[in-house]
Design a protein around this ligand. Structure first.
Ligand code: SF4
Length: 352
């Protein structure tokens, strides 16, 4: 018999599950609290669940979607890269980034990615499948349990394009945000897209409070298309219109991410055109010097990064530079490649 995995079920779904198995609705609320608030995986230790229900649960259900395969800690920054195996022999990575009082987890939303950005290590493994909300949320639960502390910030910037797995990503974000569960504030949850414009409209219309980031990387269509083939479907004009729509509708500043590649998108012309584009929308700008992981793409020297920012100024928007942490363990932006593929080993399967 296949066990029902409870991680990823909403409060209402857990209540319905309890009723379906002859229990009162409030048992579902108790399960919700144990799974998401107390981060408990063992039914035996859920002390306010009746003994008979607890015994039944052991035969029909389980908690937890992921198995840890490897964990690498960066000596330089303390960042931790987790490699998880899934029930179907696929793998995903999550990266924990400690920084002062912030404890951020960068999570994956798909196994691989279909968008094929030329600078991205995840793209090289192709698209395998979407993650379920449970597999997304369990990255948060697992890491909180591992570090023994609550995470303060969640960013959907790991493997995959979140808006290509829209429903499960939103469901997971709502579970992560739920005040009776993991309870990370909506403004501390960032969903990043490579520019899937139709979902930017949907996200805006649905009124979600999570923050939106858009990875831009070039202000020129021809160059952007080479870096990010998604530009063929949604060019810069349609993307900027969608971003503006989001800003107006949500009254929130979107973040524009610009990964800086040496000799590719870091010259004066790029900066001036980027400045012109950004003068039209209210946004925050994040400049991210590339973490070398794909041949042909290099990180610019710090002086070139400074120069690029100077060219952008004065800009009617906050500009910051984010030097990704964890590049010494291939855990920084664009470096999540699922190195497991090189190991050629077999992995135990789950039971869902
Ligand atoms: S950068 Fe993001 S959207 Fe582009 S291929 Fe990599 S994971 Fe996919």
């Amino acid at each position: 018999m296949l066990l029902k995995n409870l991680t990823g079920l909403t409060l209402e779904e857990l209540e319905a599950f309890a009723v379906e198995h002859g229990e009162k609705e409030f048992r579902g609320r108790q399960l919700f609290s144990w799974i998401y608030e107390k981060n408990m995986r063992s039914f035996e230790k859920m002390t306010n669940i009746s003994k008979s229900f607890s015994q039944k649960l052991r035969h029909i259900a389980r908690v937890g979607q992921l198995d840890l395969y490897t964990k690498n800690i960066s000596p330089a920054s303390g960042a931790v890269k987790y490699l998880f195996s899934l029930y179907d022999n696929n793998f995903i990575e999550s990266v924990y980034i400690p920084e002062d009082k912030r404890r951020t987890l960068c999570i994956s939303s798909q196994v691989g990615c279909a968008l094929n950005c030329s600078f991205c290590a995840t793209a090289k493994i192709g698209f395998k499948r979407n993650l379920s909300a449970g597999e997304i949320v369990d990255q948060v639960l697992f890491v909180e349990s591992d570090i023994g502390e609550e995470l303060t910030n969640i960013v959907f910037m790991g493997m995959g394009e979140p808006f290509k797995n829209y429903d499960q990503v939103i469901k997971a974000a709502q579970l992560i945000n739920h005040p009776d569960g993991i309870a990370v504030g909506a403004r501390r949850i960032v969903i990043s897209t490579a520019g899937v414009a139709d979902k930017i409209y949907r996200f805006s219309d649905e009124g979600h409070k999570f923050r939106l980031a858009v990875s831009l990387n070039s202000p020129f269509n021809i160059k952007r298309e080479k870096l990010m083939p998604v530009t063929k479907k949604w060019d810069l004009e349609s993307l900027m219109t969608a971003i503006k729509y989001y800003a107006n509708k949500s009254k929130q500043l979107p973040t524009i991410e610009y990964v800086l590649f040496d000799g590719i998108n870091d010259n004066h012309k790029d900066a001036l055109e980027l400045k012109r584009l950004l003068s039209k929308i209210p946004a925050k700008i994040n400049i991210i010097p590339y973490n070398t992981s794909i041949p042909g793409f290099k990180r610019p020297e710090p002086e070139k990064v400074d120069q690029f920012i100077q060219w952008l100024l004065p800009l009617n928007a906050p500009v910051s530079v984010r030097w990704s942490k964890g590049d010494d363990i291939d855990a920084a932006c664009g470096q999540l490649a699922g190195k497991y593929e090189k190991k050629g080993m077999s992995i135990k399967t789950g039971d869902e």
